[in-house]
Each structure stands twice: as structure tokens, then as C-alpha cells.
Design a protein around this ligand. Sequence first.
Ligand code: FKS
Ligand code: ZN
Length: 342
Amino acid sequence: MITVFSEDHHLRNVRTELYGGELVSPHECPERAQMVLDRVRSTGLGEVIAPTKAGLEAVLRVHDRQFVEFLAAAWPEWVAAGHRGEAIPDCWPARRMSQRCPTSITGKLGYYAMAGETSIGAGTWEAAQAAADVAVSAAGIVSAGARSAFALCRPPGHHAARDLYGGYCFLNNAAIAAQYLRDRGAARVAILDVDFHHGNGTQDIFYERADVLYLSLHGDPRDAFPYFSGYADEVGSGAGHGYNGNFPLPVGCDFATWRTVLEEALARVQAFRADALVVSLGVDTFAQDPISFFRLQSADFTSYGRMIGAAALPTLFVFEGGYAVAEVGINTVNVLAGFEDA
Ligand code: FKS
Ligand code: ZN
């Protein structure tokens, strides 16, 4: 399987994440991608190639232009406002407040953020663009006929909606890739989100559409980020009714339970008769993950990679979360190796 990777992910290297009332060193750090790349190489998964710089065309198929312009200008505007720290929102358009976008950069941050932990710094926008390029290039490989490809991108994407960033995400790499596959001729694309967290952004982007099926296994939003999305009764609306499937799972969920639910999700992918599958591949379901509460072991990642492989669809893996840095490469590549083994 070809891996697409850009060194430009290093440009996303902020110092702060708002966590537990403190500014901590971010869980979503450059070492994560390095660990996965090292494991891709040491296991001989396949060739590693750089993306082609695609520009914003594919991004704008999914994201609002004003949102993209906001992301591109956020750091310079924050610096110009004279702030010393990294850019973090501190006021949101909550219930019964105006939903107009302010002129002030602090106001804009609140307008476009779905969460407050994710600092913006120098290079954040450039890295987010590189991640989208990685996803688009990898989607191009699948749409050209490859059985699979791996988009090793960071920052991750599945919390980013048409006009929202947060949860470590800026551009929705998986959604951009899925739309790209649609635009290149796949009539039906399924997105299977196995990250521990619900991909609220991906759900939102495709919520009213029947051509892209979104299915997600994740920590129950009553207990887990993003808290306000991911309930089982969110099934899609309008033409998209029935084309969104959420499987919220409880604290301590082990592989025996998780794999049964994955079987159910894969059966829905088959019933949908998908032409291509995009997997939002986060490995924060791992028992030792520092911010999550499922109990998968490293060998379980190989097992479920085989299950995904057995679906026998052209498959694009898009890297998302996973914060047990020492094992993030092992667990991620276990999924890919299991897939190839199927
Ligand atoms: C819990 C705090 C949660 C934010 C967690 C973000 C998770 C990001 C992710 C992604 F794939 F996008 F990277 N803070 N008390 O893993 O879903
Ligand atoms: Zn996650």
C-alpha cells in the first residue's frame, strides 16, 4: 500500500493545548506522524511518496470560502492585534446570541471554533493545507484504480465542518478526499470513522446527502468529546435520512463489543453498495490512550484491519487521532497490515 506523506506537517507545532484548566504541550504533536512514518518504513508496508500541491479547489468543495480565508489569516491577524500567546477563542455565539461573524480576530476565533483546546500558531494553516494535499493525492491513487492508499496526514480533520475548526482539526481531510472520489466518478462513497471520537465535522458535511454514507463508532457523547454530536438518533436529514449512522459506546468498551459493532457498520457499507471506502483511522481506541476510554490492544488493530479488508472495496485510509505516542505507529500500521493480509 502506498503511503502519502508531507514533511510540512512539522509546521503544525504549537506549544499549547487548553487541557484540564492548564495550557499543556499538545497531545496532537509532530512526533505522532514521525512514529507512524517510522513504522510504515520498518515494516515495509510500501512506498512513501510526497503529495502534489493541489491548491484549494478540492478544499473548497467541502469548506466555506470565508472559513478558509479566516484560517489563512488567523495567525497574522492575531499577531497584528498584539497578543503574546497563541490564538485561542474565549467567547462563543451560544444560545440566543447573534450568529454574525465579528471583525475582531478574537471574535472570529469564537465564531469559527467548535471547541477551545486547539491553539492556532505560525505554520498552522500551511500544515493544514499540506494535510489536505496528502488526502487528495492519496484519494487520486485510489480513484486511479489502486486497491488502497494511506494518507498519513496531520493535523487531523474529522471535527472540522464546513465552517468550524477545533478538536485539533482545521480542514476535514477525510471529507475532502471523499468528495474528491465523488468528483472523480465514484457514485457512492462510504466513510467509516473508527477514531475514538465522533467525527462531528464529517457527519455535518454530508448530513443531508445520500451519496456519502457516514458511519462512526465512538465514545458516547454523554461522556466523551465532542459532547454535542454523535448520538444514535442522528440519522441524517432530508435526502440524507438514513445515510448517517452513529454507534456510541460506553466507558471501558473492549474489542469483543467493538468488533461486533464494526461488523454491523461494515454490513451497512455493503448494503449501501459503496464504490469506495474512506476510513477515518484514529487509533485512540487503544487501551493506553491518554485521553480516551476504550480498551483495544495492539493485536486488535490487526484483527479489525482484516475485517475492513474483507469488505473488498477500494479503500483510502486517512490518519486521524491516537495519542499513546510510543504505540501510535504500531497500532496504525497493524490496521493497514491486517487490511493487506485479508
Ligand atoms: C477531553 C478533552 C478532549 C479534544 C480531543 C480531540 C480529539 C481529536 C481526534 C482527532 F482525530 F481529530 F485527532 N479534547 N476531556 O482524536 O478526534
Ligand atoms: Zn480521536
